[in-house]
Design a protein around this ligand. Structure first.
Ligand code: BG6
Length: 482
């Protein structure tokens, strides 16, 4: 179904995100006929690249089987580039002239820039009278680097745009499998009565990456895994697992419930930092048999205490979840790229089988977010055969690739169209971002005060040994081979 006609402006229009994600996503929506004939893409950046040059770089991020020459040409026909410095007033005339005559269409300003430009660009859009009632602004994460800077950005952007016009993107919410969490929880009655402290022993959320920091070392070294991944993606996943059922699938009801979870996160006090958090930094190692350098080498040899791995033991202080640990972990250069949520249920209350029947493992529901998207339920069953009663774990396995033989759209495809439609259900509200920072900040502060450097781990492993100790101290294990 086509969305309304739009002018889609990308500040940072020749940057990494625009080239890798935004342009391919808009092209794919265009190819599938979701863009009206008059909709336009306006890329803004300081560099003087031509559309053809930008397009060539973006082309490399579109899989060959989704590429169509004709569709690509007509997509480029609707794309323009404006070389201007968003931080200064000069050079805006041509850009203004392009936008102003079309005051009736949806206008999207996507800020794929450093967060310190969010406020100044918003102010400049206002001075140049480019904000229409039909305008929306999209803010890429990170929204600030702590609570105060996030508040300042929210204030500055909020002085110009109304909250319903502000779309704070967390691309994890656009992933099909993440949205499927809502379907799993709220379109099935099966798990409903089990989804609480009475039946759930603990929850694990893992977002493991095998890539290193690549070309983003400059940004990453100032950020680190806690700000880059936990403050947003992992906490959003935790919210979807832990939230109460919203009364309807509406932008504010869903976000109200997520907010309650963020506010119920038990603060990690300075004396609990050692027991509840682990930070690590990768050293040289091997991934898939190929040697890879360590983080410091990736940075070019500078000294750095930035963490590339985090594990945290969190708790949600609510009636539903009191006492149930949520173990979170994420890192770069880990053994494999895999993101999953594990709900581990409580053990059976009493074992009726003989000692030689084998141990009874607690049931686990595993939601595989990527890759091999699907849902797995680990059950105990009888080992078939005449050898007597032996019990072993078996899996009920739902593979989405087999169940639904369609391509999974990239998260940005879904989210960019939601922006045009004005649907902010899958975007973060101001209060959510600030609540997330409120919980994260004491951890950051504690780490800064703490004199110890992050714990080293070899690339291609599951992180520092302390991460395994974090969960094993509670008599539990991570769901992997690490
Ligand atoms: C981004 C982070 O938000 O998410 C990156 O800044 C990370 O560091 C990326 O690599 C992971 O996203 P995905 O979709 O590949 O899991």
């Amino acid at each position: 179904v086509p969305v309304s006609s739009f002018d889609f402006v990308v500040f940072g229009g020749t940057g990494d995100l625009a080239v890798r994600k935004l342009l391919p996503a808009l092209y794919l929506r265009d190819r599938d006929k979701q863009l009206t004939a008059d909709s336009r893409i306006l890329l803004v950046s300081r560099s003087k690249e031509s559309v053809a040059e930008i397009a060539e770089r973006a082309r490399a991020h579109i899989p060959d089987d989704l590429f169509d020459d004709g569709a690509w040409k007509s997509f480029l026909d609707r794309t323009q580039h404006f070389a201007l410095d968003a931080a200064h007033d000069a050079g805006w005339a041509e850009f203004e002239n392009a936008l102003k005559p079309r005051s009736d269409v949806v206008r999207v300003f996507y800020l794929a820039t450093a967060p310190d430009l969010f406020g100044p660009i918003s102010a400049r859009l206002k001075t140049h009278e480019l904000i229409t009632p039909n305008s929306r602004i999209v803010l890429e994460k990170p929204i600030g680097r702590d609570l105060a800077s996030a508040r300042a950005i929210n204030e500055a952007v909020g002085a110009v745009f109304a909250e319903h016009q502000i779309f704070r993107i967390d691309h994890y919410l656009g992933k099909e499998t993440v949205q499927n969490l809502l379907a799993l929880r709220f379109a099935n009655s099966l798990f409903e009565s089990l989804w609480n402290r009475g039946s759930v022993d603990h929850v694990q959320i893992t977002v493991a990456e095998s890539i290193g920091v690549g070309t983003r070392a400059g940004y990453y070294d100032k950020s680190g895994a806690l700000r880059d991944m936990v403050q947003n993606h992992l906490l959003q996943l935790l919210c979807l697992v832990a939230m109460e059922p919203p009364t309807q699938m509406h932008q504010d009801t869903v976000r109200d419930e997520k907010l309650k979870v963020l506010r119920a996160l038990k603060p990690i006090t300075p004396d609990q930092l050692g027991a509840c958090t682990v930070r690590g930094q990768y050293r040289a190692g091997a991934i898939d048999g190929a040697g890879v350098p360590g983080y410091i080498e990736d940075l070019g040899g500078a000294v750095s205490r930035t963490e590339t791995f985090v594990a945290i033991r969190a708790e949600v202080e609510t009636w539903r979840w009191g006492g149930v640990p949520f173990y979170l972990r994420t890192g770069k250069r880990l053994a494999e790229r895999t993101s999953e949520i594990v709900i581990q249920f409580r053990p059976v209350p009493h074992n009726i089988f003989a000692a030689d029947a084998g141990p009874i493992q607690p049931n686990r529901l595993i939601i595989r977010l990527q890759p091999n998207e699907g849902i797995e339920l680990q059950l105990m069953s009888k080992d078939p055969g005449p050898g007597g009663m032996r019990i072993k774990p078996t899996n009920l396995n739902l593979s989405f690739a087999e169940a639904f033989k369609i391509r999974y759209a990239d998260a940005y495809e879904r989210l960019l169209m939601d922006v045009v439609r004005g649907n902010s259900t899958l975007f973060m509200r101001r209060d959510e971002v600030e609540a997330a920072w409120t919980w994260i900040e004491p951890i950051l502060e504690g780490w800064t005060r703490d004199d110890a450097p992050p714990k080293p781990y070899q690339a291609g492993t599951w992180g520092p040994a302390a991460s395994i100790a974090l969960i094993e101290r509670d008599g539990r294990t991570w769901d992997d081979d690490g």
